[in-house]
Structure formats: structure tokens, C-alpha cells
Ligand binder design. Structure first.
Ligand code: SF4
Ligand code: SF4
Length: 93
């Protein structure tokens, strides 16, 4: 883990990243994916611009609504988030 991480209260989720909708497994049902999804599988609700098509909808799974931007997980770019989330997934299995 980098020691150069600084707290930046202005940091927010990068629209169009979508790493947290691909790398982790999700065990709760997702519309179109009743069994949830495996790690590394793209959620069917992620559109071509890597935006959630259920954003703001009550159909969006609770686990997705609870996941929040975290600079230590999301990193500085999408590839970093994918790598960290994949590592976390493997570490917690
Ligand atoms: S991994 Fe982080 S930055 Fe990327 S979409 Fe998810 S919350 Fe946003
Ligand atoms: S439902 Fe939306 S937020 Fe949840 S994994 Fe799928 S695209 Fe991402």
C-alpha cells in the first residue's frame, strides 16, 4: 500500500470507472443476474459508458448502494481500482 495516499475530501467516485461493478463478486440478486455475479464478471446493469443503469432506482441492490468511494480502494485510476478490488476479493474468499 502506497504511503503517498493523502486525504482529499473533494475526491469522489470517477464517473465512467465501473471497477466496483466488475471486479468484486456480488451474492445478492441483480436485475438480469438473479444469482448475483462472480468476481471479474461485468454486471449486466453497467452500460457502455460504465455507468450503472439502475442508479437512483430502488431496484439497485443494497450492496451497491452501500459501496462508497474510498480513495484507498478506488486509487487514482480505473486499473488501480480493478487491481485493488480483485486483490481484496481474493484475500477475503
Ligand atoms: S471503483 Fe471507486 S471510483 Fe470506480 S466506480 Fe467504483 S466507487 Fe467509483
Ligand atoms: S447494479 Fe449497478 S452499481 Fe450494482 S454492480 Fe451492477 S452496475 Fe454496478
Amino acid at each position: 500500500m502506497s504511503e503517498l495516499i493523502t486525504s482529499d475530501s473533494s475526491a469522489t467516485c470517477r464517473a465512467g470507472c465501473g471497477a466496483c461493478c466488475i471486479a468484486p463478486s456480488i451474492t445478492s440478486p441483480i436485475p438480469g443476474m438473479p444469482e448475483g455475479k462472480l468476481a471479474g464478471v461485468r454486471c449486466v446493469q453497467l452500460d457502455a459508458n460504465n455507468l450503472c443503469m439502475l442508479f437512483g432506482s430502488p431496484l439497485r441492490p443494497i450492496v451497491c448502494r452501500q459501496f462508497d468511494y474510498d480513495p484507498t480502494v478506488c486509487g487514482e485510476h480505473r486499473d488501480e481500482a480493478l487491481a485493488t478490488l480483485s486483490w481484496l476479493e481474493e484475500s477475503t474468499c
